[in-house]
Write a protein that binds this ligand. Sequence first.
Ligand code: GLU
Length: 461
Amino acid sequence: MIVTRFAPSPTGYLHIGGARTALFNYVYARRHGGRFLLRIEDTDRARSTAEATQAILDGLDWLGLAPDEPPVFQSKNEARHAEVAEALIAAGAAYRCAMTQEEIEAERAKAREDGRAFRSLWRDKEAPADQPCALRFRTPDDGETVIEDAVQGRVAVANRQLDDLVLLRADGTPTYMLAVIADDHDMGVTHIIRGDDHLTNAVRQTLIYRALGWDVPAFAHVPLIHGPDGAKLSKRHGALGVDAYRKMGFLPEGLRNYLLRLGWAHGDQELFSDAEAIAAFDLEGLNKAPARLDFAKMESVNAHWMKQADDERLTGLFLDWLRTETGEAVDTVTADRIGRAMPILKGRAQTVAELDGQTRFIRMSRPLAIEGKSEKALTPEARERLQRLAKAIDSIAPWEEDPLHDALQHFVEDEGVGFGKIGQPLRAALTAGAPAPDIGQVLAILGREESLARIGDQAEA
Ligand code: GLU
């Protein structure tokens, strides 16, 4: 049984890189009929917040990456961590260290000079029982520790280059290194897919697993995401939190598809349904070189999923987006028109946010404020022609794109003019020059009453 996990520290939002890590773990577990677990690493009490935890849960939920079991909160496992620490002492693999901060710093400097890792002065002698002591791991002096990483390949580190790291602080609280091992073991984690900033930790952790006589999980350390300029992703590249992408109007399935391909490849396939992702995902396809965030590609992948999305769902998402991001609430008539237009408009917008511009002509209220080029198109002659047009089309039935198109065609033939002579002023009258689809579609979307009223507002006898 394959068990994967995502183990974020709840100190902010759900980072886009974290979301990708979660996705890889999720898809890998699904691929093998395993389980995907979530552990909130909240042992750093000062930096962990309930809001951040909620943001992570919400983000995963929105992305469709909810874990198979309720999240494990690392802080609740402290008694167990102490127990594992005791087991390490019993195995002779950990010792109490009474060094002061100054002594530690001096010793560190010396170790650096000697080109070796830090060793405590208390490594080979019993620390006094009445002094506050940290518990340190006794790293072997000889040999090397090797991991076979699914992405990075064989990674070997000489043990003398590995510090005697702290497992329990002097106040008895566990460090990340101890907690992560105990929890991964207790949760039955078999595969750890995470950022390659943890690669050297994996080597250290391997030593501790072995000292405990535990199976070492398989590792896959994925290069961190870089910005479009090739530098490590940071705030200056723009949005880092998943929620920001939701606000920008990305669909969860669009972001999921984009993140899947960010650092993982399967031939040259770009678009993956969830089923295709699960069928294809493997650790072999993970890239060794860092992937660069490409916003244009993110949008084009999202555009594909916009076209696939259910019209009613998309309408609901857009109306929610509009309300939360701009404060605009539309009436039911307008909402209905937007819903009817969605099959056409979703192909014209790369994101939910772009539906803002694409639906503006529907949301305008009469009389339309018409300026610039659109106003110029409404010459006295054009306004008279609009008057005749309104009469020519007011009884068209059904009020649908094709019959409306035919009627417009007949109208220009009767008038003996080119289509542009009516197309431009009509578009101005109906949309005030806002982005809009084909004019026959615009008439159909707005409906008979609204269309004739907007034409009437600009027409002159
Ligand atoms: N909590 C760690 C982090 O957010 C991840 C630990 C792990 O994946 O082993 O970086």
